[in-house]
Design a binder for this molecule. Sequence first.
Ligand SMILES: O=C(O)CCC(=O)C(=O)O
Ligand SMILES: [Fe+2]
Length: 344
Amino acid sequence: MPGLITYPPFPEDLPSAPLLVIDYALLSDGDEGEKERLWKAATELGFWYLKNHGCENEVNDMFDVGTEIMRLPQEEKSNFEQGTDGSMAGYKSPGANTIDDKGTRDVHEYINITKDDILAWPDVVHGSYPEPVNVHMDSAIRPFAQKAIEVNITILNVLNEKSALPDGTLAKLHRPEMHNQDVVKFINVKPSSLHAFEDSPYVLPHSDYGSLTFLHNRIGGLQIQMPGAENWLYVKPIPGHAICNIGDVLVIMTAGLLRSNIHRVVPPPGEQNKYERQSLVYFTRPEDDVILRPLVDSPVIAAAVSKNPEKDWDKGVTAQDWVSRRTKARKAVNYEVRMYHALQ
Ligand SMILES: O=C(O)CCC(=O)C(=O)O
Ligand SMILES: [Fe+2]
């Protein structure tokens, strides 16, 4: 079973980021102290570990499913290549995206299985997927997505309360039954593709553009900058702990009360660099037609808007356009088209 790989330990001498550990079991019991700690983590750093999230078995199963998909012959995976029109659904082969303004190609592969396809399956909303997705939909993929949604809604409800929004405001913008750009993403990179990078990032510094990220890492590589610091610190993977972070959408909606922190990915440290690096993510995003702007029904958010009138929080775009623009801009073919037009 691929899920049973024992990796060498994360090197002890490497400094790692001091993320708060939030206990999901306490959060879902409504523990006031834990809700306050989540608010602190979400506003001061924007990253935290989440333990007791109840998805441990589903996460293990998803690592097996992801590994099975990545082991398919390249031609088979390429039949399901993510389009270049900004659509989320499908497989992305190494080199299909650019990572910078110079047109440097990326080296990792991933598959995005959309929440809309998962909940509608066997009906198709956005696209179809390699056969292991169909085979493991009932046993692994849908159970993982459903639990991830539940966790993220619980977190959204705490953030809702702490930012003084009317009850259920954030949950109403993220209803699972409505179409949105949520995905289950499985990312894979081979050690041979990373040799040239040494300690430099193969996923460049970025903040996530959705609402919430629910990430599962087995080996190191993810790094963040602490607020105000220039240096990068590893986020050490802890067994059974998810890594959660705030995305840009929640920063806009709260006019900056919440923080979406910059992060990047470098090759796995120490002996871990001999192994494929795999990550499993559930990205939560608002419903497609939600317009991105501060939720001024909260007096605290309204005050944050008036305090910084020069900040243009009102993006005037829907959540769907916000996400698809970014997905499209990263495609290498679109980069080449842009360069071609720039030269004419
Ligand atoms: O692979 C990881 O640990 C993080 C990936 C990431 O930052 C992303 O997909 O946005
Ligand atoms: Fe990210």
